[in-house]
Design a protein around this ligand. Structure first.
Ligand code: SAM
Length: 275
């Protein structure tokens, strides 16, 4: 299917519907069809599969997902974009684009997008919140994969390795049952209007759920450990019941600082706390 689906180029759609970008909604649009196609292909072959998009805006990424053969459920909060998106729904094969007008934070994704590949150029102000929610979902999660745009610095935190300054709570949350990777880096100039910082697309596929670990315990553990990043575990974990005994039982020295612990060590300590 052509990227344009017989529709005018995106710039014309944006002009025709007066879709000037609103900063308050985190609107930085992608207009280059080649770049959009590259992003739509990051999850792999999605022909005949379901994609879930947050914030389609004028519909550039939506067009690319439809062109790859996916059925798309898209949720957009800015009503100004809906006429352009409805045009796109009419141009696409019957029933292939389902629009939800509203706030992505209110959507029950498991009901409307079960099994979907999530592909989104996320509004930066809710990107980390949505990612955290999707990573904390019941496992196996409702989504098949996540392909998400972030500010470069957030993308680096998601994939960071121990011993680096970017390594922290988000790295452990992202990595303990998935293997995230940076799939594409984009300069600020790729967007209209350009944001202040560069961006990167992160790709995440769910992995196995480690046995015997309560996600809430792991969350409390990383909150305590990284809440006082400069302190040794001995000090930062003092207030978390059973944590220091668990650290000792795992053979981890309490003089270590949180950023030196591998993800697997956090997982082992969390498991031990609940044993
Ligand atoms: N997907 C388009 C693209 O790549 O050009 C637009 C991306 S723009 C960075 C983010 C989009 O998310 C905007 O269209 C904005 O209106 C929408 N948005 C912002 N907050 C939202 C929310 N809470 N729920 C749904 N959409 C939201």
């Amino acid at each position: 299917m052509s990227l344009h689906l017989g529709l005018p180029p995106l710039r014309e759609t944006i002009a025709a519907h007066g879709l000037s970008a609103k900063k308050s909604l985190g609107q930085n649009f992608l207009l280059d069809p080649n770049l959009l196609q590259k992003i739509a292909r990051i999850p792999g072959a999605i022909d005949g599969q379901l994609a879930y998009e947050v914030g389609p805006g004028p519909g550039g990424l939506t067009r690319a997902l439809l062109a790859e053969g996916a059925a798309v459920v898209a949720v957009e909060r800015d009503d100004r974009c809906l006429p352009a998106l409805e045009e796109l729904a009419d141009a696409a094969p019957e029933g292939r684009l389902t629009l939800i007008a509203g706030d992505a934070l209110e959507v029950r994704e498991a009901e409307v997008a079960s099994g979907a590949h999530v592909v989104a150029n996320l509004p930066y102000n809710i990107g980390t919140l949505l990612l955290t929610r999707w990573l904390e979902a019941d496992w196996q999660p409702w989504w098949s994969s996540l392909t998400l745009m972030f500010q470069k610095e957030v993308a680096q935190r998601i994939v960071a390795e121990p011993g680096t300054s970017a390594y922290g709570r988000l790295s452990v949350l992202a990595q303990w049952r998935t293997l995230p990777r940076i799939a594409l880096r984009l300069p600020a100039a790729a967007f209209v209007p350009p944001p202040k910082v560069d961006s990167a697309v992160v790709h995440i596929v769910p992995g196995a759920m480690p046995e015997g670990v309560n996600p809430a315990t792991l969350s409390r553990l990383t909150a305590a450990a990284f809440g006082q990043r400069r302190k040794m575990l001995r000090a930062s974990l003092k207030g978390l019941s059973g944590a220091l005994d668990a650290v000792a039982a795992c053979g981890i020295k309490p003089e270590r600082r949180p950023e030196t612990l591998e993800v697997a060590e956090f997982v082992a300590v969390a498991r031990e706390i609940d044993r």
